[in-house]
Design a protein around this ligand. Structure first.
Ligand SMILES: CCCCC/C=C\C/C=C\C/C=C\C/C=C\CCCC(=O)SCCNC(=O)CCNC(=O)[C@H](O)C(C)(C)COP(=O)(O)OP(=O)(O)OC[C@H]1O[C@@H](n2cnc3c(N)ncnc32)[C@H](O)[C@@H]1OP(=O)(O)O
Length: 201
């Protein structure tokens, strides 16, 4: 007997929305479709500009609760000769899925990320990513993403399903190393990002 659809189902444990889940709602103050989202933290390995070997992933708001993003694989991202490391590809998916937070205006962290590696991704290739939120149940945010190579309509190289969990700003301030937290809180641009998320009716 297969085809379980409950949250605890054997197919995708923890990744199937429960029965009381609702459709995600784009926040009225979400960035307009086509607007670049920018980095949520300059030192983020996924999107920050201050990480020399980071992914420098650039995400753009899409329609509804969706985003697109691009990431070009650098030599520093290799796992095998000339090929992207799977963990780096998972990071690209995680970062793109995480960017949906800008559309929901909800601070959330990855609870679960299930990744399919469909095709090898060479160094120099640009991964064209798309993510969308599929459902929300209380603090649980369900989403899915694909990454294509050779162009936005190219073949799928990676895909992922994720469960993000809504958290308060204190998740970071209570758990992060104090020196980075202090530096972030004294950076007006960073405070602006944090405030934008805090005011979530
Ligand atoms: C000062 C500077 C601030 C800067 C930031 C400011 C704003 C920026 C915000 C957003 C930025 C925009 C873009 C972000 C882009 C990319 C970010 C990348 C994302 C990451 O890379 S982020 C790092 C990796 N991430 C973690 O570091 C999480 C570690 N973890 C925990 O911190 C806890 O584990 C937590 C909080 C997840 C839950 O803990 P908790 O105590 O709050 O909640 P609890 O356990 O009760 O779970 C509630 C319900 O979720 C279910 N649930 C939980 N976990 C599950 C799992 N794994 N599988 C299946 N179900 C799960 C439970 O079963 C329950 O379900 P139910 O309600 O049905 O019972």
């Amino acid at each position: 007997m297969s085809g379980a659809t409950t949250d605890a189902g054997p197919d995708r444990p923890g990744l199937t929305p429960p029965r009381d889940a609702v459709a995600p709602e784009r926040h009225p103050d979400a960035p307009a479709p086509g607007e670049p989202l920018g980095a949520h933290y300059d030192h983020c390995f996924g999107c920050g500009g201050a990480q020399p070997h980071g992914l420098h992933l650039e995400a753009t708001a899409g329609e509804g609760v969706s985003v697109t993003a691009e990431f070009t694989v650098q030599p520093a991202h290799q796992g095998a000769p000339g090929l992207a490391h799977g963990g780096v590809l998972a990071t690209a998916l995680d970062e793109t899925l995480g960017s949906l937070a800008w559309l929901l205006r909800t601070i959330a962290v990855t609870g679960r990320l299930e990744t399919d590696f469909v095709q090898p991704v060479p160094v120099g290739a640009t991964l064209h990513l798309e993510a969308r939120c599929t459902a929300v149940a209380g603090r649980k945010i369900y989403s899915t993403a694909v990454g294509r190579i050779g162009g936005p309509d190219g073949p799928v190289a990676v895909r992922a399903d994720a469960l993000f969990i809504e958290v308060k700003l204190e998740h970071f301030t209570d758990n992060g190393r104090p020196e980075e937290i202090r530096a972030a809180m004294s950076d007006p641009d960073q405070v602006k990002v944090a405030r934008a998320f805090e005011v979530n009716p």
